[in-house]
Design a protein around this ligand. Structure first.
Ligand SMILES: [Mg+2]
Length: 432
């Protein structure tokens, strides 16, 4: 990404060069409008950082030069000013203003601008529009699509609700809706207020989607009931399109920031609970989850099984073929494990070449079949052209028994020991 810094203060030139450099920008720097114009005609910039006052004139002059130039008008401008009233003084067509009051805050403000304004993710989104007036719907659709939003339009709230409920993706998923814009009086049974209630009553993340209500009815009572139902914003008709676009962009930006936080939290959770090499759960999350898994089975009286799986001669694989090959074997085993068991079962790497599988709603006899199938699949897998087998210990908890994870693990681990003693590459059952 490329940035043009036009700044007359050496301190700020250096500061901006550092901050943008750290964000991966390649910077061209000047303090003169004439030089800046040369740069602009010879390069494509992802951002222009411009100070209000320059050596050879005012930054305002360069803003209007860019905004009136067909090749330059799309380049985002971030204006730096020490004048709090600058926005009142000039009709500024800039994407952002940073006030030079607090040097410490400048870096955060620039990074926030880059994250929200330059990230294409923030300037696009999927919108569900419900409006029964075709002419108004076309007007709104046109403005939103020109701005870059993907819009699904419905004349009736019933049909819109059906479509919304069918769309299971949410959050930052490309397919997920990011905003609902609904008229109140529309075709069909449902009206916009009822649709808002339905959406807000959803128990998954789709229920938090921002909702804008649009209506010619502006009485305070209706507005209050719409906000109580959970709308995020209200736009009276006749609609000012530019104002609507700003409100849409604000709501989608906030939703995107929330999506980003959720994604980061989910990523952190996965990092904390997943074994990086094999993609299985790690020992920490096994210890955390296994007790809940067992007490659930005891409380609801259903059987479970536990497998301990230990690769055979793994030390010899490492010693003979090297640790990189050993890692390849573990990775391939992890992939096979993750694709061999059902939703609701848990696969974890206990450590080294030892894995644990918690089989949910599984009787001893089924556990044996499942373990045997895995043993055979692994033997046939031949990762990095090596024949890899495992010794497997199986234990179980009948629906009327009570044992904790330690006892069950010890029993299955004993099964591994017996399998190794008895020639490896086999399943041994040990009752807890
Ligand atoms: Mg209507």
């Amino acid at each position: 990404m490329k940035a043009l810094i036009i700044e007359n203060s050496r301190l700020y030139r250096q500061l901006l060069d550092n901050i943008l450099g750290q964000q991966g920008f390649e910077n061209d720097i000047t303090d003169e409008i004439s030089v800046a114009k040369d740069h602009l005609h010879n390069n494509e910039y992802d951002i222009i950082c411009l100070n209000e006052n320059l050596k050879d004139g005012s930054g305002m002059e360069l803003i209007s030069y860019c905004k009136n130039h067909p090749q330059l008008k799309h380049m985002p401008i971030l204006l730096f000013s020490s004048d709090d009233d600058i926005q009142d003084k000039y009709d500024l067509e800039v994407e952002g203003i940073i006030y030079k009051h607090n040097l410490q805050q400048i870096s955060d403000q620039i990074i926030n601008f880059l994250e929200t304004r330059l990230d294409p993710l923030f300037s696009e989104g999927r919108i569900l529009l419900i409006e029964d007036s075709d002419s108004l719907a076309q007007l709104i659709l046109g403005a939103l699509q020109t701005t870059g939003y993907r819009v699904e339009h419905f004349f009736s709230a019933d049909k819109a609700w059906e479509d919304f409920i069918d769309e299971v993706s949410y959050g930052s998923d490309q397919q997920a809706y990011d905003l609902v814009i609904t008229d109140i009086n529309v075709e069909g049974e449902l009206n916009g207020l009822q649709l808002t209630h339905l959406i807000r009553n959803l128990e998954d993340a789709r229920g938090f989607i921002p909702i804008i209500a649009i209506t010619a009815q502006t009485d305070a009572e209706l507005r209050l009931s719409l906000y109580q139902a959970g709308i995020s914003d209200f736009i009276p008709k006749p609609i000012l399109i530019d104002e609507m676009l700003v409100r849409v962009s604000n709501l989608i930006t906030n939703k995107r920031l929330l999506d980003k936080v959720h994604d980061q939290r989910r990523e952190l959770y996965n990092l904390a609970t997943t074994d990086k090499l094999t993609g299985c759960h790690n020992r920490h999350s096994l210890m955390d989850f296994s007790q809940k898994f067992i007490s659930q089975a005891i409380r609801h009286h259903y059987p479970i099984c536990i497998l301990v799986i230990d690769l055979d001669h793994f030390k010899a694989i490492n010693d003979t073929h090297g640790h990189a090959t050993g890692d390849d074997v573990l990775q391939a085993t992890g992939q096979l494990l993750n694709s061999s068991f059902r939703e609701g079962d848990m696969v974890a790497r206990f450590g080294g070449e030892e894995f644990v599988v918690l089989l949910n709603h599984c009787a001893q006899s089924d556990g044996l079949l499942i373990a045997e199938k895995f043993r055979a699949d692994l033997e046939a897998l031949k990762p990095v052209n090596l024949t890899v087998t495992a010794s497997i210990g199986l234990t179980w908890l009948e629906s009327n028994q009570q044992h904790d994870f330690e006892a069950l693990f010890a029993a299955a681990d004993k099964g591994v020991y017996e399998a190794k003693e008895n020639g490896r590459n086999q399943v041994r059952q040990v009752s807890p």
